[in-house]
Design a protein around this ligand. Structure first.
Ligand SMILES: [Zn+2]
Length: 326
């Protein structure tokens, strides 16, 4: 077991945004009345990932200081029911209420008969997600790890996501993955997952959930994304990027996930503690045991992406394995 992580961030009071201005609770939309992209930013897809909520709370408090120059900007707090259970004494409890909100975005789930707290909220947000040309979903990670941009899945939008992340010039590590067998993410829904569509979605993992630095990463990424998409005035973006003070990396690196390691048995265990983005030098190095089988590094220089056993359940992705692409 990894040690409990200190809670350095204070969750924002987002109750003041509950009313929204769209008819949907916690969804705010600002239409310039001019042609341009519909840009959407979301936080609290996972209720315990508060850095993104801090960034969007800040953005909304600043509404007197910016106007959308073109197109439309939508700001949404995702899994608000889970976030309502936030308790710094038990910070993992508020990740979701019934199920992972980031696995319910396929039509089969959204338009199906099944019910859950997360499906109800996803059904409320679907019209906004489906109308967005550009989407940024703000997340954080359970284990300490460099920030990384999840650009989408190989052949299903990951390449155009990576191209957009390169134009943003942040963060250092870009990830193209294989998705999750447990269900479709918001960034893969509809045109976002279609390489032929111009619609593009990104998911930023800002660092460890509750470390102070995650808030600055969320702010920095949000500002760059909204500046680049034209949803915020350039001068406003410049001023606040300067205040946040993060310097973009000298170069970016792409990690391409080749496989997701999904727990098949309740006795799934990592053979030792691994760090996020840790590289295993040699093929065959053991990673985990699962129901009598051993999961090993498939090739030299295997990158371990977000290893975590805290939400261990059969069918859950425990770690993803990838290669650095140059
Ligand atoms: Zn998350």
């Amino acid at each position: 077991m990894s040690p409990p992580r200190p809670i350095e961030l204070t969750a924002p009071d987002i109750l003041r945004w509950a009313q929204g201005n769209t008819g949907t609770p916690y969804v705010w939309s600002f239409d310039s009345g001019r042609k341009g992209s519909h840009v959407m930013v979301q936080a609290l897809t996972h209720g315990n990932e508060i850095c993104g909520a801090l960034a969007l709370d800040w953005l909304l408090t600043q509404q007197d200081h910016w106007q959308v120059p073109q197109g439309r900007l939508t700001v949404a707090f995702g899994n608000i029911e889970a976030f309502a259970r936030w308790d710094p004494q038990d910070p993992d409890r508020s990740r979701y209420a019934d199920e992972d909100f980031n696995r319910v975005w396929a039509d089969e789930a959204l338009l199906g008969a099944r019910d859950s707290i997360e499906l109800r909220r996803a059904r409320e947000l679907r019209p906004f997600v489906d109308a967005a040309d550009l989407l940024l979903d703000l997340h954080s990670m359970h284990e300490p790890c460099k920030p990384l941009m999840v650009c989408g899945a190989t052949g299903r939008g990951g390449e155009k996501g990576a191209a957009l992340a390169r134009r943003l010039a942040v963060p250092e590590v870009l990830l193209i993955d294989t998705g999750h067998p447990a269900g479709l993410r918001m960034i893969e829904r509809g045109g976002f997952g279609d390489p032929a569509s111009a619609r593009t979605a990104l998911l930023i993992e800002c660092g460890q959930h509750w470390e102070r630095g995650a808030e600055a990463v969320a702010m920095d990424t949000l500002l760059r994304f909204l500046g680049h998409s034209g949803a915020l005035p350039a001068a406003f973006v410049r001023q606040h990027l300067q205040r946040v003070g993060r310097v973009p990396p000298a170069r970016q690196q792409l990690v391409r996930v080749t496989e997701a390691v999904v727990a098949r048995h309740p006795d799934f265990r990592f053979v030792r503690e691994f760090k996020g983005l840790q590289v295993l030098a040699k093929a065959g190095e053991p990673i985990a045991t699962d129901g009598g089988a051993t999961v090993c590094a498939p090739y030299d220089q295997t990158v371990l992406v977000m290893p975590s056993s805290v939400h261990m359940k059969v069918g859950t992705t425990m770690v993803r394995l990838g290669r650095i692409e140059t």
